[in-house]
Design a protein around this ligand. Structure first.
Ligand code: GUN
Ligand code: FE
Length: 419
């Protein structure tokens, strides 16, 4: 059945400007956008099929292309170390607790609820090395009706014994998740070798084979921290750079691939990212908190490299992709102070990263063009709009000042999601 929603519609078909339709109608059928017009009749809808949101804003829902579900308990704590000791001291001990399914359920339920609360309808999530808890997380997304690429983490070295898997376990777990969720329209498995230091060459090789065998996308971490990069150089002396190491294992664009951070990627590594159509998950909150650095996002965009935004909790301290947009803009302004040849990110660019650009890993997601899946948020900014701001400034104020209390409806693939 065709339905229409009426509101002030804002989205970014292209990164350089917003499409704004004041008092527009958007028609949705079978979960997808049919078109936008000024009246429902022009869209083949009866006036009685229109849901009128009045003076509210209607925008695409947020996409979080890099998040660690089992780090939820550590949100907002343990910010005193850089990446490698942070993993060893805070992150691995917490992830080990997900062997306990009751604990996993309690925490994962809160995590999924919090994503929803913050307006994120799709995410690419790392779980832990545990099959059962990962399966549970997929079930929770499925139950909620939200979209997720969920990765059972692969790791077998330089970590506590409790988080170490065998090659046979890795292969069997992958087959089990493909069996359970291989054909789901919203929740799907993604191959997730944690990063080169956590995986033996044999495991990396297996991950590459399994991704190709099952046609699974891949997610991992790349060039986040200088200490990590040194370590990878010593572990993979025959590779030209960190990205080349993944590439040699078939984990770098042989299937659709998300690489988180890329703070220090440049030169040949950047060229390989472009050639292999890697999606960079830019996680500015995490990069600030773990003192990793500032990723050269403008240089990536200029080079034609795809970029989306990630919360990377609990390296990042907020699940809000709106907050993350603001940090992305601020980080790019700090970059600009060092290199005036590269302009900083604009609001429309940050919005586009969080919606259409990041959404591309989930299919036709993140825009309101015809054929796009209708993932949307309705924003009631009446308490922020006390002086009749123009529509674009209303959106800007919501992004900078607003929070989940302003999000009054959430849609994923055409369905209203209420948790
Ligand atoms: N690199 C490997 N594992 C992790 C992780 O859990 N968080 C971050 N930020 N980087 C990583
Ligand atoms: Fe991460």
């Amino acid at each position: 059945m065709r339905k229409a929603y009426k509101a002030h519609i804002l989205f970014t078909r292209e990164k350089d400007h917003f499409d704004v339709v004041e008092n527009g109608c958007i028609a949705v059928e079978n979960g997808c956008v049919v078109g936008i017009a000024s009246s429902p009749e022009a869209l083949g809808c009866a006036a009685s099929d229109v849901i009128d949101f009045g003076d509210r804003l209607l925008i695409p829902a947020m996409n979080d292309v890099h998040v660690h579900a089992p780090q939820y308990r550590n949100l907002g704590i343990a910010m005193d170390l850089e990446l490698l000791p942070w993993l060893a001291n805070y992150t691995f001990p917490e992830e080990a607790r997900y062997a306990d399914l009751a604990y996993a359920e309690r925490m994962y339920r809160r995590f999924v609820y919090d994503l929803w609360r913050n307006g994120t309808m799709r995410c690419a999530a790392f779980a832990t090395v545990h099959l059962e808890a990962t399966r549970l997380l997929m079930d929770l997304f499925h139950e909620a009706g939200m979209g997720a690429l969920v990765g059972k983490v692969n790791m077998d070295r330089d970590c506590p014994e409790a988080l170490r898997e065998t090659l046979v376990e890795a292969e069997e777990a992958c087959a089990a998740l493909v069996q359970a969720y291989g054909n789901d329209p919203l929740v799907r498995p993604i191959m997730t070798p944690r990063f080169i230091p956590s995986c033996t060459p044999a495991l990396l090789h297996l991950c590459g084979e399994l991704a190709q065998l099952h046609g699974l996308p891949v997610q991992s971490h790349l060039s986040e921290n200088t200490g990590e990069i040194e370590l990878v150089r010593s572990l993979e002396p025959d590779s030209r750079n960190y990205a080349d190491a993944y590439n040699r294992y078939g984990l770098f664009g042989q299937t659709p691939t998300i690489m988180a951070h890329c703070v220090w990627s440049a030169g040949e590594e950047m060229e390989l990212m472009r050639q292999n159509d890697i999606l960079v998950a830019h996680c500015p909150t995490s990069n600030f908190n773990l003192s990793s650095g500032m990723a050269p996002i403008r240089a990536f965009l200029d080079a034609g490299i795809r970029v989306g935004l990630g919360s990377d909790i609990s390296g990042g301290h907020t699940l809000s992709i709106f907050r993350t947009m603001v940090y992305a803009i601020q980080a790019s302004k700090m970059h600009y102070q060092r290199d005036r040849n590269r302009s900083f990110l604009t609001l429309s660019e940050a919005f586009w990263l969080a919606t259409k650009s990041g959404g591309s890993v989930f299919g036709r997601v993140g825009s309101f063009e015809p054929g796009y899946e209708f993932d949307a948020l309705v924003i009631d900014d009446s308490d922020l709009n006390h002086d009749d701001y123009p529509l674009l400034q209303r959106l800007e104020r919501f992004i900078y000042l607003g929070d989940d209390r302003h999000i009054v409806h959430r849609f994923c693939r055409g369905r209203e999601i209420t948790l």
